[in-house]
Design a binder for this molecule. Structure first.
Ligand SMILES: [Zn+2]
Length: 168
């Protein structure tokens, strides 16, 4: 598995549902979880490793830590209340941008044994779930910005990338 970075068109592609019983699913989720820790992310969606299937691994590093492996996740409820979320994305290294997210969400998903589960999330976990689930629809967090803010964010990202390459 290798990390797919912006502006690869894979990241703007809508992912397909995972078919119940697909053998490779738990293998893929295990490898995604390993990569999540290796790359020090809070969440990783399958398209970020080039797999166009609806799968996500999340661990927001709380104590005790909890690893979520989500198959075909869906937001079934979201709060009206929004919060500012300072976000980054493994596929857009270094860049951080303030985004508005729902403070709370309820997400239904299948775990890696295809058992139906539901998580109620607030704050950072809620924002992280919204960020990762967007990836499955080909939406990046910068796509949630106004046109002007998005073009500023992309310019900043390109500048950061150039600076980093200059330092190497
Ligand atoms: Zn991301």
């Amino acid at each position: 598995m290798k990390l797919i970075k912006y502006p690869d068109p894979i990241l703007s592609t809508k992912c397909a549902e995972v078919v119940n019983g697909d053998e490779k699913t738990s293998e893929i989720l295990n490898e995604m979880s390993q990569k999540l820790y290796e790359w020090s992310g809070a969440g990783l969606a399958a398209p970020q490793v080039g797999i166009l299937k609806r799968m996500v691994a999340i661990d927001i590093r709380e104590t005790p830590s909890q690893l979520y492996k989500l198959i075909n996740p869906q937001i079934v409820w979201k709060s009206e209340k929004m919060i500012e979320s300072n976000e980054g994305c493994l596929s857009l290294p270094i860049l951080r941008v303030e985004i508005l997210r729902h403070e709370s969400v309820v997400v239904e998903y299948l775990d890696d044994n295809f058992v139906k589960r539901r998580v109620t999330a607030n704050g950072f976990l809620s924002c992280c779930l919204q960020h990762e689930l967007d990836h499955l629809d080909g939406i990046l967090y910068i796509d949630r910005l106004s046109k002007l803010k998005k073009s500023r964010a992309i310019k900043k990202f390109e500048k950061l990338q150039m600076e980093e390459q200059g330092e190497k």
